[in-house]
Design a protein. Structure first.
Length: 254
């Protein structure tokens, strides 16, 4: 909080492209649901938002963001992070800001996978250290208020990637070329399909989870400010408006 006050800047990791949560618009600028939520939070607390990268210009990995080993490079993550028990050992989650549903996606040419169970033993892609990876490894999310997950995919061959768009690119190469499917959130998969990616959604949802604002532990002043700011955005309809704009339906309430 002291650093934010002193600089007037709220730093966040430059995000992976993950439509419609994060996109690049026609001007080449970052946009999307998570981008607008962060931008509005910065506006309401009176600071400028600055996206940062590693010193060499590379994008900070999701594995680092969820580990809490931020090395003083950034102050906040608003990037659809699920507040799992494991992550809560290293980062703090002052407030949830939307809820989503996970699904299995396959290439549209696939004819052998009709239910999630049919993907058992197949090569399934997932962002490293993500909730999708946790789901495939059957690692409980441990989220308060969320019922235990019923796992539907047995013994998949998990193929991890450091960045989200690499998962999508691998499946887009063709059915079974590099992957047989991937796990992600339904609005993300729907957005990818809408923009022309050769994917389709399989079977019933895999899970239902919240997404939270993340900061480092030990900063109750910042945690309280962010919680009050996001809840005010929920109360005045800003979050619902942004959700409808980007996801085409309201995903704000549990």
């Amino acid at each position: 909080m002291d650093h934010i006050h002193a600089t007037g800047i709220l730093r966040s990791p430059f995000p992976d492209i993950w439509p419609p949560a994060v996109i690049k618009n026609d001007k080449g600028e970052l946009d999307g649901f998570d981008v607008e939520v962060l931008r509005e939070v910065g506006k309401r607390i009176g600071v400028k938002v600055d996206y940062v990268t590693n010193a060499d210009g590379s994008i900070i990995t999701w594995e680092e963001q969820t580990s809490g080993n931020w090395q003083g490079k950034y102050d906040i993550v608003i990037n659809s992070m699920t507040p799992t028990a494991k992550r809560a050992e290293h980062v703090a989650f002052p407030v949830n800001y939307y809820y989503t549903i996970g699904v299995l996606a396959v290439h549209r040419d696939n004819t052998s996978i009709h239910t999630p169970a049919d993907a058992s033993g197949k090569r399934i892609g997932a962002l490293k250290a993500s909730k999708y990876d946790q789901y495939l490894r059957r690692q409980p999310f441990g989220i308060v208020g969320v019922p235990p997950i019923t796992y539907k995919i047995e013994n998949p061959t998990i193929v991890n990637f450091d960045h989200e768009d690499d998962v999508f690119s691998a499946l887009a190469k063709g059915d079974g070329v590099e992957l047989d499917g991937f796990v992600n959130d339904v609005p993300i998969v729907m957005s990818l399909i809408k923009e022309g990616k050769p994917f389709k959604i399989i079977g019933q949802p895999l899970y239902h989870t919240p997404s939270a604002v993340a900061i480092l532990p030990g900063d109750p002043e910042l945690a309280d400010l962010l919680a009050k700011t996001v809840e005010a955005m929920r109360a005045d309809g800003t979050l619902s408006k942004l959700s409808t704009k980007w996801f085409e339906y309201d995903m704000i309430n549990e």
